[in-house]
Design a protein around this ligand. Structure first.
Ligand SMILES: Cc1cc2nc3c(=O)[nH]c(=O)nc-3n(C[C@H](O)[C@H](O)[C@H](O)COP(=O)(O)OP(=O)(O)OC[C@H]3O[C@@H](n4cnc5c(N)ncnc54)[C@H](O)[C@@H]3O)c2cc1C
Length: 384
């Protein structure tokens, strides 16, 4: 298979070992549970601990805080293996590559020691609450308020579309802490949600795909959190902190996009070899052959773009425009490739028991979250 002949230039022996470990883990711990997770709209709580015990959580967080001591490349390997089995239920990228990195990059020493080891073991599940019912792309319009009252912040507001909303024990909340205009008034405040008065979980949202993911509305009513939970300990830095971390969030979405495109081609090739019509297998029709050749080229092009971004990101050289470019281009390719591969399955492609159907339903949101593809193009255009 042409896609298997290509090896990412950054894939060291250490990372190839991780790839094997993650592949085995996905087969054993994820694949048998996918249908059940979709029905219950969340992964099992114990699954987070199993992932922690296997060393797959917070793998790019320094060992002194309980992490795996790896780099973004380690996260990319895990995300790609998850995509390979068409899993869209486990929001590890939110937990390990986003929330844990806010703490690692901006947390005080006390904050890192307090929360990162629990995140690495799976005892604490992380989530980030930026989006509100009235604002998503335009983050500077966030209305959730955090008012200082003695040694606490009193938080009021509501958030929506929050991944890991059911499991979240540790929530990073984008909060307005002053009347300074735009982003200057925003801060990131962490809340430990267990038994926290004023913390309310709203609906589990019915999505068109990613049914196994616990995406929820959350609200805060006079919710008190210690002032010591202000990320980094200084108010007004929230918007800057978001801007610094968002490129990594966008790159991990691109990684998943490229790996899913590859997985779709693999699924379609296998099906086209075995399904017969008019006395021959589907792969012998010229249309099938041409479609799959084009999809393989698209998938490989996405993979090589992502590979170059990973190399640059690990070296600390990937800027916001570069990550945004990879995010919009790879997710567009993902949607195109998955749609074309699904067509090869005929009616079976529309049945959720087939991974290609799950891939199709999950692909759409990749162009929306993590910053919409339109916003990504704006960021790229500004760098032209
Ligand atoms: C399944 C799922 C999981 C999510 N998980 C999380 C999460 O864990 N945490 C979190 O905080 N959020 C999460 N989100 C929210 C997601 O990040 C937002 O939906 C996204 O940023 C877009 O915001 P919006 O929905 O408010 O759309 P809007 O900002 O209202 O945009 C609507 C449309 O207008 C376009 N538009 C807006 N501004 C411009 C502009 N300047 N130029 C051109 N076009 C523009 C957009 O591209 C889009 O097409 C999730 C969303 C989904 C669907």
């Amino acid at each position: 298979m042409i896609l298997d002949d290509y090896r990412s230039p950054w894939l060291t022996e250490d990372l190839a070992d991780l790839q094997q470990l993650a592949r085995t883990f996905m087969q054993k711990e994820v694949v048998p549970n996918q249908a059940r997770w979709a029905e219950q709209h969340m992964v099992d709580r114990d699954f987070w601990r199993a992932a922690g015990a296997a060393g797959l959580l917070c793998i790019s967080i320094p060992e002194e805080y309980g992490g795996g001591g790896g780099t973004f490349a380690h996260e990319a390997v895990i995300a790609a293996e998850q995509a390979r089995v068409a899993d869209d239920a486990w929001a590890n990228s939110v937990h390990s590559t986003i929330v844990a990195h806010y703490l690692a990059a901006f947390g005080t020493e006390e904050q890192k020691r307090r929360w990162l080891p629990g995140m690495a073991s799976g005892d604490l599940v992380g989530a980030i609450a930026m989006t509100e019912p009235t604002t998503g792309s335009d983050l500077q319009r966030v209305r959730t308020r955090g008012l200082r009252d003695g040694d606490d912040y009193v938080i009021n507001g509501s958030k929506t579309f929050i991944s890991n909303g059911t499991h979240a024990d540790l929530l990073v909340i984008v909060t307005r802490t002053s009347d300074e205009p735009g982003g200057r008034g925003l801060s990131l405040i962490l809340a430990e949600t267990r038994d926290l008065p004023g913390f309310q979980r709203g609906r589990v949202l019915e999505k068109i795909g990613m049914h196994g993911q616990d995406t929820r509305e959350l609200s805060f009513v006079d919710m008190r959190v210690p002032a010591a939970n202000l990320l980094g300990g200084v108010e007004g830095r929230g918007f800057q902190q978001l801007m610094e971390q968002l490129p990594q969030e966008r790159l991990i979405i691109a990684v998943t996009a490229a790996a899913t495109a590859e997985a779709a081609v693999r699924e379609a090739v296998a099906y086209a070899k075995e399904r017969e019509a008019f006395g021959q297998d589907l792969l012998s029709f010229q249309n099938t052959r041409f479609v799959l050749a084009e999809c393989a080229a698209d998938a490989l092009a996405a993979r090589t773009l992502v590979d170059s971004c990973i190399t640059r990101h690990v070296a600390g050289e990937l800027d916001a425009a570069g990550a945004s470019l990879a995010k919009f281009w790879c997710t567009d390719i993902q949607n195109k490739v998955v749609d074309r591969c699904l067509q090869i399955f005929g009616g079976y492609g529309y049945m959720m028991e087939y991974p290609i159907a799950r891939m199709f339903a999950a692909a759409r949101v990749q162009k929306i979250y993590g910053g919409t593809n339109e916003i990504m193009k704006e960021l790229v255009a500004r760098a032209l």
